[in-house]
Design a protein around this ligand. Structure first.
Ligand SMILES: [Mg+2]
Length: 222
């Protein structure tokens, strides 16, 4: 089984994980932040649009002038420009800050986001501006190894994982099966397109519901 990367282990070493407290590991884009809405605004200003016909970006980013779908190389370039320019300025998902504030009284909260390492601080500032001042770990690739590393530090306390991408749930299930996995897709259009991850314990797409699910587990009633 693959280990967490050196870059991730270095970031985790800087935050303090207390084995007596539950740990909530949450994704950012489409869980805490309205990624698709922000991306659409960015595409608009580049004479492009997102044709949301499947849960994928490649093939669905098109030119306004002739509906031509950008190649995967062009999509990568657009996304990289978007993250460089806009990471700090993505609007929050409704209810996320309130739910995390309540949950942070009972659990340590860590944001595990697939973003370039140098953009981690911008992501952290953007979240803090919207009342979500929690440590951000910039991850790359499958999340399982990083989650397992965090879960080991949390010791016997329960660990929760939230993410919109089914593959991340599969990766976490394979690496750290004890982690309680909640599949969460904030944007209602995306939520309709994405099948619930088979390896998730629950699918909940709103923060009051996610909070209730986590609190029920913490109360021993979930
Ligand atoms: Mg995401």
């Amino acid at each position: 089984m693959e280990e967490a990367s050196e870059a991730v282990r270095r970031q985790i070493a800087e935050i303090d994980i207390d084995s007596s407290r539950p740990l909530l590991i949450t994704d950012a884009d489409e869980v805490l932040l309205q990624f698709v809405r922000a991306l659409e605004a960015h595409l608009q200003s580049n004479a492009l649009y997102l044709d949301l016909t499947s849960f994928a970006l490649t093939g669905n980013i098109k030119r306004q002038s002739d509906d031509h779908a950008l190649s995967s190389t062009e999509v990568r370039r657009i996304l990289s420009g978007f993250f460089e320019e806009k990471t700090e300025h993505v609007a929050p998902v409704d209810g996320a800050a309130e739910a995390l504030a309540a949950l942070s009284k009972r659990a340590r909260i860590v944001v595990l986001s697939n973003i370039a390492t140098h953009l981690g601080p911008a992501r952290q500032r953007g979240l803090a501006r919207h009342g979500m001042d929690y440590p951000v770990i910039a991850n790359s690739g499958p999340k399982g190894p990083s989650v397992r590393h965090l879960a080991r530090l949390a010791g016997p306390a329960p660990v929760f994982f939230l993410d919109d991408i089914p593959g991340n749930h599969e990766s976490v299930a394979a690496a750290a099966d004890d982690v309680i996995r909640l599949h969460f897709v904030a944007d209602p259009r995306l939520a309709r397109l994405v099948q619930t991850a088979e390896s998730a314990h629950a699918r909940i797409d709103d923060w009051p519901g996610a909070r209730a699910f986590i609190e029920a587990h913490l109360d021993g009633t979930g």
